[in-house]
Design a protein. Structure first.
Length: 163
C-alpha cells in the first residue's frame, strides 16, 4: 500500500507540475484543468465544492470559473487523506488544522485516533476470519456445518418471540 500511495503521489505531483506551467503562461485553470491536474474527475471537484472542502471561485465575465494552483494542491491533500482511510469529516478536520497551521500534536492526535480505529477493525476482521475458518474445518461429507450455521438450524433463540 505504501508503494501504491507513493506511486500515486508521484504521478499526481507530475501532473501538478505539468499544470503549473500552464498557470504561469497565463492559461486559466478551468475546472477541467484542475481536475486533470489533481487526478480526479470534474464531478469530484464539484462534489468537494458542495462539501465546502474547496472554495468555488467567482465566475469572471467569460463565465468560466478560474481556479488557483492552490486548489489543485488542496484536492491532492483530500485525495491523499482518503487513500489513508480518513473519512470526509476527518479530512475536513485535517484541512482545518492545515489551514490554521496547527501544531503537530493536534494532527498526531487525529492520526492516532485513526490508527486505533483501524486496529479495532483489524481485530474484528480477524475474529470474523477465524470464525469462517472454524466453519470450514468442521465440514464432513453428507453433513455441512456451514449450511447448518447459516440456516440457524435448531430455530430461534427462545427470547426472540417467534414460534
Amino acid at each position: 500500500m505504501a508503494v501504491h500511495a507513493t506511486r500515486t503521489t508521484a504521478t499526481a505531483a507530475a501532473v501538478v507540475d505539468a499544470a503549473a506551467p500552464a498557470a504561469r503562461r497565463g492559461r486559466p485553470l478551468t475546472i477541467a484543468r484542475v481536475a486533470a491536474a489533481a487526478g480526479v474527475g470534474v464531478e469530484t471537484v464539484r462534489f468537494y465544492e458542495r462539501q465546502n472542502l474547496i472554495t468555488q471561485p467567482l465566475r469572471p465575465a467569460t463565465g468560466y470559473r478560474i481556479y488557483s494552483l492552490d486548489t489543485v494542491h488542496r484536492i491532492r491533500f483530500i485525495r491523499h487523506c482518503q487513500e489513508l482511510g480518513f473519512t470526509l469529516n476527518e479530512t475536513r478536520e485535517l484541512l482545518r488544522l492545515n489551514d490554521e497551521g496547527a501544531d503537530c500534536e493536534r494532527a498526531c492526535g487525529q492520526v492516532a485516533e485513526k490508527v486505533h480505529e483501524l486496529e479495532q477493525r483489524i481485530a474484528a476482521m480477524t475474529r470474523l476470519r477465524d470464525s469462517l475458518k472454524l466453519l470450514l474445518g468442521h465440514c464432513s461429507e453428507g453433513h455441512c456445518l456451514i449450511m447448518k450455521e447459516l440456516n440457524l438450524e435448531g430455530g430461534c433463540n427462545p427470547e426472540c418471540g417467534i414460534n
